[in-house]
Design a protein around this ligand. Structure first.
Ligand code: GLN
Length: 454
């Protein structure tokens, strides 16, 4: 049914870069056999899933939305992909994304943008717009995304889907092509909070192949979601973050957010307002730290080891080949960030830019620590606006960056965050996202509170 749906709608939506019908059907047949024998591999055995094209999939193309990796077939699976296969989830294919996960609209994909299923003239968010659109358009019941500054949660918000970024280290990054190692996390993209929890239970947990993976005795997230679904939040303290709301937020977004907070009160939660004064600097710090790490990570795409190799005429040196290949293989946004990051890390400017940004990062973590003294979870709108029009912000990178204002603090501090649908904005009829944040290791609270809202 999913493959039929993809065939029917994906020409318009373009959520997928690669569909593996044959592989998915073979995996589904194996799953049928297991389940008929009464031996399902997991609670999600047989449920098809789409995977963002930034995770290595053995035998399937992995482009990261870039021309520089066109035609590259990884010889191994990312840990998350391996766990999906072990749990019996057929992999439908790879989803579209902003090149190397840089963007908030999926317009920076070298293979053309993804369209928002709610309105094809609008963006599906980014960088994981393909995964979110695939789930929103019923092409896949589940998908995998990655979130460095909001790329799971913001697409979730603008497509009316559920997106979760785990605690840093909660889900393995082995086999995830690194953009900014200290910020990147893999996570579920789903239609409901319980689906997210079930998927998190499958893909999460310690991985010795990722040195930043936490060895923690995680309890069942599905259990937390089921507890929350009963709708009783008495004793839960919810903090509304002063700095993430009001001015700069679309009226209908703010309205739906306020209504969700009222629902939390009705469920018995105690709502307080908390201030995180350093959050106003989060965007500036992120857009120095992220390009800095990315500029170093992307140095590996040198035309010698992977993908595209452009040979200039004459008798080119290795450096000529690297220059020509990177020039042809990387898009504008990637080049912009490589240049910015290289500059921020250069010896004369390191203290003034990268060093300062790291100090802000510490202050933001302290803001979270202080806020979590007063509240068990924090809430805000996920994105300041609903889905904007394709092309609207393409020539204005800073206005594109501003869409990440509410999602970035969680990445800088490594805390988990969940975005879930909060209804449609009255002025444009488009989905609004409600964000819940919890302290590191307390991802279960997101599921409990999120399921209570559903
Ligand atoms: N939109 C943000 C950026 O462009 C976040 C991207 C992400 O989370 N991968 O960096």
């Amino acid at each position: 049914a999913c493959l039929d749906r993809i065939a029917a709608v994906d020409t318009d939506i373009h959520a997928f870069l690669h569909v593996d019908a044959e592989g998915a059907l073979a995996q589904a047949a194996a799953s049928d056999a297991r389940r008929s024998a009464g031996e399902p591999a997991s609670p999600l055995d047989g449920v098809p899933i789409a995977v963002k094209d930034v995770l290595a999939t053995e035998g399937l193309p992995t482009t990261c939305g870039s021309k520089i990796l066109e035609g590259w077939i990884p010889p191994y699976d990312a840990t998350v992909v391996e766990r999906l296969k072990d749990a019996g989830l057929p992999i439908l294919g790879k989803t579209n994304m902003d090149e190397f996960a840089m963007g908030s609209s999926t317009e920076h994909s070298a293979y053309g943008p993804t369209h928002n299923p709610w309105d094809l003239d609008r963006i599906p968010g980014g960088s994981g717009g393909g995964s979110a659109a695939a789930v929103a358009a019923f092409e896949a019941p589940l998908a995998i995304g990655t979130d460095t500054g909001g790329s799971i949660r913001q697409p979730g918000a603008v497509t009316g889907t559920v997106g979760l970024k785990p605690t840093y280290g909660g889900i393995s990054r082995y086999g995830l092509v690194a953009m900014a190692n200290s910020l990147d996390q893999v996570g579920p993209v789903t239609r409901t909070v319980l689906d997210s929890a079930l998927l998190h239970d499958v893909i999460g947990g310690h991985d010795p192949r990722d040195s930043t993976s936490i060895d923690h005795p995680w309890a069942s997230f599905a259990e937390a979601a089921r507890t929350g679904a009963a709708g009783d939040l008495s004793g839960v303290r919810v903090g509304v973050i002063t700095e993430l709301g009001g001015e700069g937020y679309q009226a209908g977004v703010q309205q739906r957010f306020d209504e969700s907070v009222a629902l939390l009160v009705k469920a018995g939660a105690e709502v307080v307002e908390v201030s995180c004064p350093n959050f106003v600097h989060a965007l500036a710090a992120y857009y120095l730290i992220m390009p800095s790490e990315a500029s170093s990570n992307l140095a590996r795409f040198d035309a010698m080891r992977y993908g595209l190799r452009v040979l200039p005429d004459g008798d080119p040196s290795a450096e000529d080949v690297m220059r020509a290949s990177r020039d042809a293989g990387f898009g504008d946004e990637v080049k912009r960030r490589i240049i910015l990051g290289t500059y921020a890390l250069s010896s004369g400017y390191y203290d003034a830019y990268y060093g300062q940004a790291q100090k802000i990062r510490t202050l933001i973590s302290r803001d979270f620590e202080a806020a979590f003294e007063k509240a068990d979870v924090l809430v805000s709108p996920t994105a300041p606006t609903t889905a904007f029009k394709l092309g609207e912000k393409l020539d204005d990178p800073v206005s594109m960056y501003l869409n990440d204002i509410a999602t970035i603090p969680a990445n800088l501090a490594g805390v988990p965050g969940l975005s879930l649908p909060a209804g449609l904005a009255p002025e444009d009829g488009l989905p609004v996202g409600f964000q819940i944040l919890a302290p590191a290791l307390a991802d279960d609270r997101l599921y409990r509170v999120g399921a209570a809202l559903e």
